[in-house]
Design a protein around this ligand. Structure first.
Ligand SMILES: CC(C)(COP(=O)(O)OP(=O)(O)OC[C@H]1O[C@@H](n2cnc3c(N)ncnc32)[C@H](O)[C@@H]1OP(=O)(O)O)[C@@H](O)C(=O)NCCC(=O)NCCS
Length: 222
């Protein structure tokens, strides 16, 4: 009997909560940072998202996977539909980042590769409109998504994988207290060549220790 109880408890722990993102982060919900808000993209955002991706194609190709030369509206609509399906499955949460004053979309951030098994972890990736970089917007967006990941999605660990050459992104995660845990040699094919990737992680108790200072710094909204 004792063993059965233990097995049941372990099974329960390993069971992935179904539809967690669709449940706790439905389409109508918004997360606020100090100067931006984050919400899931809807099909009506496709036009704006497409223009933002086209505008930033060259900038993003330097740091992310190659961006398509031609980006059709139907492809962006399909991308948004796929994001919604993955959010319902609880494996990926894609959020648009919007300027709180103008309400224009200025970037995207995602919590993906979410595993509710023995890892209870997720990977974060993000990008911003080139015109908006260097103003602290992503510090707010990342702090807010990380806070959501620990406090609402109940993850134990959040990971980030960054090209060793991406000084801005490295500064960003270090500023938030992510710890460098490893290096994957020639792991990311970016800008036409294989780059080493640095692996960073933040644990739930490390987040707990930092959350107050994030709020004091104005990085977490209401
Ligand atoms: C990475 C990115 C999201 C950062 O967004 P951001 O809003 O400019 O970031 P923040 O302003 O919040 O923070 C960036 C920090 O890096 C610092 N920084 C900027 N350029 C730097 C450089 N060349 N070397 C060292 N630090 C640098 C900034 O000073 C800032 O730190 P501070 O607030 O202590 O001064 C943005 O540059 C981007 O979209 N890049 C292209 C896509 C990308 O690289 N995505 C990440 C893939 S891992």
């Amino acid at each position: 009997m004792v063993n059965n109880f233990r097995d049941d408890t372990i099974l329960e722990m390993l069971q992935k909560p179904v539809e967690i993102f669709a449940g706790i982060m439905p389409l109508k919900r918004t997360l606020f940072t100090n100067r931006t808000f984050l919400r899931r993209c809807r099909k009506i955002d496709a036009v704006e998202l497409r223009l933002l991706m086209i505008k930033n194609r060259n900038f993003l190709s330097k740091w992310l996977q190659p961006q398509p030369e031609v980006l059709r509206l139907e492809s962006v609509v399909k991308l948004i539909s796929e994001d919604q399906m993955l959010a319902k499955k609880g494996v990926r949460l894609d959020l648009g980042i919007f300027d709180a004053i103008t309400t224009e979309m200025i970037g995207k951030i995602a919590l993906h590769s979410v595993d509710y098994g023995i890892q209870r972890s997720g990977l974060v990736s993000y990008w911003l409109d080139e015109d908006k970089v260097g103003k602290g917007y992503m510090t707010e967006a990342l702090a807010t998504l990380v806070s959501f990941a620990f406090e609402e999605a109940c993850l134990h660990r959040v990971n980030v994988k960054i090209s060793a050459e991406n000084k801005t992104s490295l500064s960003l995660v270090k500023k938030l207290g992510f710890v460098q845990e490893g290096l994957e040699r020639k792991s990311l094919f970016i800008n036409g060549k294989w780059c080493d990737a640095l692996l960073f992680g933040l644990l739930d108790d490390e987040y707990d220790a930092r959350a107050d200072s994030w709020m004091e710094n104005g990085w977490l909204g209401c």
